[in-house]
Design a protein around this ligand. Structure first.
Ligand code: NDP
Length: 305
């Protein structure tokens, strides 16, 4: 069954499907990236999320290209996101870096290009202290050249996003940040929405997929009977309830899976609706726990957390 996914309109005027396929994996065979993307497109994903630092743009691009060649999808139906890594923040580096990504992805343009983190580093991983406002000028020029339809940021905090919004000629269309039932991020989500910046949830499954040692015993979301009851009521899994909760908050999600059944499962969240009371139950799992704390960068000038 091919699922038709609702879309959200961005300030750029383009629309983005509210479920995208995440593609980050610490360890994977190259073939898994291509295969995951191909399964995703076959099942109805039209939004795919990658990044230069994931080192998988070639395989992701191959999967996209195969499905276009097979006539399963057209380029125009797809929404492809990639991201600028922190060692390419100088304004002059932005265009050549996107061109490298486009080359690997076999694309003429991306639908969304993101500054992956507000921090900048040099080749040795040390703080380069390049102001993301400078980087943004490079990002804006990509839109004028037609190489990125929309541009945005990722991992920006409220203060950083506000500082960017104050001077940007082209407003960031999205802020891709960690949001899940154990990290609900209400303040930053509200701030984004109040400025028409779409908050996109990365690691949307949070502790459902990844219990950290320090949280063992606290990852109630995996075991809590109330969530089990909710899942049973709707004939869904705990993961589907988590994704539905986010989408119902008006937050697009990019869950990653390379398991065909779970790729399908994560898209199958549009035939039920949680009540306000049920939304509050899921919201109550918040632990303010980041799965992606970025602590190695804590001393960098533009560290966001
Ligand atoms: P997710 O919350 O998407 O969880 C992924 C993990 O959950 C995988 O191990 C996957 O395993 C498993 N999983 C997937 N679906 C289900 C399911 N239905 N039930 C149970 N387990 C499931 O975490 P990610 O950190 O991967 O985040 C998603 C995407 O967000 C990334 O892939 C990337 O594209 C983006 N991202 C962006 C960041 C940024 O800084 N902008 C930072 C982190 C992520 P399996 O594959 O075996 O199914």
């Amino acid at each position: 069954m091919v699922v038709k996914v609702p879309t959200v309109k961005l300030t750029s005027g383009y629309v983005m499907p509210v479920v995208g396929l995440g593609t980050y994996a610490r360890k994977a065979d190259p073939g898994q990236f291509r295969q995951g993307v191909e399964w995703g497109i076959e099942l109805g994903y039209r939004h795919i999320d990658t990044a230069a630092i994931y080192k998988n743009e070639e395989e992701v691009g191959q999967g996209i290209s195969n499905k276009i060649k097979e006539g399963v999808v057209t380029r125009g139906e797809l929404f492809i996101t990639t991201k600028l890594w922190c060692d390419r923040h100088a304004e002059a580096d932005v265009l050549p870096t996107l061109k490298e990504s486009l080359n690997r992805l076999q694309l003429d343009y991306v639908d969304l290009y993101l500054i992956h983190w507000p921090v900048s580093i040099n080749k040795n991983g040390e703080d380069a202290e390049v102001d993301y406002l400078e980087t943004w000028k490079g990002m804006e020029s990509l839109v004028k050249m037609g190489l990125a339809k929309s541009i945005g940021v990722s991992n920006f905090n409220e203060e950083q996003l506000g500082r960017l919004l104050a001077v940007a000629n082209i407003k960031p269309a999205v802020n891709q940040i960690e949001i899940n039932p154990t990290f609900t991020q209400h303040a930053l989500v509200d701030f984004c929405k109040s400025h028409s910046v779409v908050p996109v949830a990365y690691t949307p499954l949070g502790l459902i997929s990844e219990a950290r040692p320090e949280f063992i015993g606290k990852d109630v979301i995996k075991t809590d009977p109330k969530l089990g009851e909710l899942a049973e009521k709707y004939g869904k899994t705990r993961a589907q309830i988590a994704l539905r909760y986010l989408v119902q908050r008006g937050i697009p999600v990019v869950p990653k899976s390379f398991t065909k059944s779970r790729i399908a499962e994560n898209l199958d969240i549009f035939n039920f609706e949680l009540t306000d009371k049920e939304m509050a139950i899921v919201d109550g799992y918040n632990l303010d726990h980041r799965c992606v704390p970025g602590t190695a960068w804590a001393k960098l000038k533009y560290f966001p957390f």
